[in-house]
Write a protein that binds this ligand. Sequence first.
Ligand code: TYD
Length: 219
Amino acid sequence: MLVTFEGIEGSGKSTAANLLAEYLLDREVDLLLTKEPGGCSLGRGLRHTLLDARGKNLSSRAELFLFLADRAQHVTEVIRPALESGQIVLCDRYADSTLAYQGYGRGLDTEFLRRLNETATGGLAPDITLLLDVPVPCGLARAGQRNRETGTAISEGRFDSESLAFHERVREGYRALAQEEPARFAVIDASQPVEDVALQCLSAVEKALRRNGALWASP
Ligand code: TYD
């Protein structure tokens, strides 16, 4: 089963994904936690190119194809083999990020992007997508603080430094995607404390596991 985490900068996806992984590991679920961009060897180099705030002249289309290249390799090298070996895969960002950021954010045609995602993933869609929804000012404030603490404002700050309007379009894009596919998306209010967010992620994933008949032993 493929579980993806989506949301704007500072929505707390990575923290929630880590906590969810801990809960599931406590229940002896065999899982793999991974992310995009940068979840495979090719992607780690691409991540640097994509996120460095000094890379101002990267065009929207070049950016798009780098994210897609990362995804294609990530699916082939990491995600599919894990799913085939029976692991549950938790992925921090996936194809919906391209629709939200390159589509709604940058203004590229979303139908075209869907076809490109389909090619990049070989048709592998998430079973459940947890959308961590947070107002933009709140998310950007958290992301800014994290970047200052980790010293990554320059090396990973290219998207964080986009305009407020860009991030509003991304957030609205995500909400529109969730409305189009309510069976796949669980929308979680990520302005709550992170423990609560992680618990809601857990309950959404448990529901999906039950639906898929893949239950684990009680803790
Ligand atoms: P990351 O440091 O992983 O940010 P976060 O902690 O917010 O997930 O950076 C990934 C950035 O790349 C993020 O700003 C969203 C962007 N992105 C896209 O624009 N398109 C994509 O397809 C993906 C996977 C990410």
